[in-house]
Design a protein around this ligand. Structure first.
Ligand SMILES: O=C(O)C1=C[C@@H](OP(=O)(O)O)[C@@H](O)[C@H](O)C1
Ligand SMILES: C=C(OP(=O)(O)O)C(=O)O
Length: 448
């Protein structure tokens, strides 16, 4: 698990043209959910294309600890024998969710309305992240939570023995909080309602419907009003996990920045709650062709042909786009460094409570690579140096954050001098084949 072993420095050196096909692994959000919803169904859910990153493996272990039978049959092929809504047993030991905010927050929601107690922990990164955003709404069901100061892990959650349904307006745009409340609502009698002002990724809603839950989404002046009827019997499903657009972002952005590149990235989600980066890149002048639009695993996808784009321009990223590209700002800030003019990213304070403070991590690393950056609590502004204009020659701190590590590796592929990261091991949480996949395209990545 990241953060428990030796730090693994990695260096990216200026690369020749990237060429070939980048088949990125399964979507992390959908992988977590297929295991958790599978555990809530009665009978056997089959999953193909599951992301075998550490975050998801930790969720698989957690589902076993709560009583589900989770079996790996082969690469990405898994089955889950669920225990039914409300069927979780009390785990005999602490649940370690590793580096995963999604894992811990969704699982807390899932057990919150059963008469069991569980204690959660995680790595040094996850133990810094706020859990009150989930335990506050869960308390409305009757759940109690006892954690460290500031609502931090380790935390013991005492499930509500007689849960009541809840109506909750999200104070922050967060699919994790929305999903935790919906998962808790599954085992509360009556209707649980979640209202989100800004739409966030909608995988929980899509998948709950697929598993047979009664759920409606109404678009109103207040935002999306999601109503879930409690105590359904969920039907097991066959889930084909589509590829992860957040992982695809790394080869896509690398190909845009490395001279002479021309790659294909098949099956990239065009789900409107996930595709903000791709819209932004196109507005900046990226050469991306969206080919063969179709449905895969219940998600709209397209094959992307991506070519070196030396004439990208900085833009103002619309604030309301933030939830649909929240995990992509680190790599966008690298692209911005190679564009002309400034790229302004506002309304991004959520980046400060991810695996690391991503505004700070990107600002410090880009500055060390010779890029001028401005920031405040909610804003990141990158002053671009144009294609090939970034100096590099720095070692950047990743702070146990996979997206920071991969972003600076992309930066090094196109900078004048090599860029290193102090620890690339967190990449295993979401994109375990990153190194080999990028090398196969032609990138020069080395250990140390
Ligand atoms: O629900 C999910 O699967 C996720 C939601 C987002 O987090 P927030 O809900 O904190 O915005 C995102 O950053 C995370 O990588 C995955
Ligand atoms: C924020 C992320 O994940 P999580 O919140 O699940 O740790 C991410 O993958 O970028």
């Amino acid at each position: 698990m990241s953060g428990h072993g030796e730090a693994q420095p990695m260096t990216a050196t200026k690369s020749g043209p990237l060429r070939g096909v980048a088949e990125v692994p399964g979507d992390k959000s959908i992988s977590h959910r297929s295991l958790i919803f599978g555990a809530m169904a009665v009978g056997e859910t089959r999953v193909t294309g599951l992301l075998e990153g550490q975050d998801v493996l930790d969720t698989a272990s957690a589902m076993r600890a709560f009583g589900a039978d989770v079996i790996r049959h082969g690469q990405g092929e898994w089955s889950v024998h669920g225990v039914g809504v409300g069927g979780f047993r009390e785990p005999a030991d602490v649940i370690d969710c590793g580096n995963s905010g999604t894992g811990v927050r969704l699982i807390m929601g899932t057990m919150a309305t059963s008469a069991i107690t569980a204690t959660f922990t995680g790595d040094a990164s996850l133990r810094k992240r706020p859990m009150g955003r989930v335990t506050d709404p869960l308390s409305l069901f009757g759940t109690r939570a006892y954690g460290r100061a500031g609502g931090r892990l380790p935390m013991t959650v005492v499930g509500a023995a007689n849960p009541v349904p809840v109506r909750y307006a999200l104070p922050v745009a967060s699919a994790q909080v929305k999903s935790a409340v919906l998962l808790a609502g599954l085992n509360a009698p009556g209707q649980t309602v979640v209202i989100e002002k800004e739409p966030t990724r909608d995988h929980s809603e899509r998948m709950l419907l697929g598993f047979g839950a009664e759920l409606t989404v109404e678009k109103t002046a207040e935002g999306n009003v999601i109503t879930l009827t409690g105590r359904p019997e969920l039907r097991p499903q066959t889930v084909a996990v589509p590829r992860d657009p957040s992982s695809a972002a790394f080869p896509v952005c690398a190909a845009l920045l490395v001279e002479g590149s021309d790659i294909m990235v098949p099956g990239v989600s065009q789900n409107l709650t996930r595709n903000g980066l791709y819209l932004t890149l196109v507005e900046m002048g990226a050469d991306i062709e969206f080919m063969n639009p179709r449905e895969e695993g219940g998600e709209p996808v397209a094959d992307l042909r991506v070519r070196f784009s030396p004439d990208m321009k900085g833009i103002e990223v619309p604030d309301e786009r933030a939830p649909s590209m929240i995990d992509e700002y680190p790599v966008l800030s690298v692209v911005a460094a190679f564009a002309t003019g400034k790229t302004v990213m506002r309304g991004v304070k959520e980046l400060r409570v991810k695996e690391s403070d991503r505004i700070d991590a990107m600002a410090r690393g880009l500055e060390a690579c010779g890029v001028r950056v401005e920031e405040d609590e909610d804003t990141l502004i990158v002053h671009g140096l144009g294609a090939g204009g970034v100096q590099g020659g720095a070692t950047c701190a990743t702070h146990l954050d996979h997206r920071i590590a991969m972003s600076f590796m992309v930066c090094g592929m196109a900078s004048k001098k090599p860029v290193s990261v102090d620890d690339a091991s967190p990449i295993l949480t979401s994109f375990p084949v990153f190194e080999g996949l990028m090398q196969a395209l032609g990138a020069d990545l080395s250990r140390g």
